[in-house]
Design a protein around this ligand. Structure first.
Ligand SMILES: [Zn+2]
Length: 79
C-alpha cells in the first residue's frame, strides 16, 4: 500500500546568516548565526571565551527579506 513515490527536491523556507568571529585565543574562525545581542561566546576549538560585537538586526532582517527567506537564492534550474 505504500507508494514508492520519489520525493521532489524541497525548497528552503528560511535562512540564517553565519558570521565568523576570530577567536582571540587560538585564531579559529568561530561561526555564529548572526548574534543580534552582545554576547560572550565560547570557542569550539580551544574552549576560550570572548565577547563579540553583535550583528545589526535591521541589516540581517533586510538581507533575509531581499532573499525571500532563501527562496530567492536557490539554483535557477530548480525554479
Ligand atoms: Zn579558540
Amino acid at each position: 500500500m505504500s507508494e514508492s513515490k520519489a520525493l521532489s527536491p524541497v525548497k528552503p523556507v528560511g535562512m540564517e546568516l553565519v558570521y565568523y568571529y576570530p577567536c582571540p585565543h587560538c585564531g579559529r574562525r568561530v561561526p555564529l548565526i548572526a548574534p543580534t545581542q552582545p554576547a560572550r561566546v565560547q570557542c569550539d576549538s580551544c574552549r576560550g571565551q570572548f565577547p563579540v560585537v553583535p550583528a545589526d538586526e535591521k541589516t540581517v532582517s533586510f538581507l533575509k527579506t531581499i532573499m525571500d527567506s532563501g527562496r530567492a537564492g536557490i539554483d535557477p534550474s530548480f525554479l
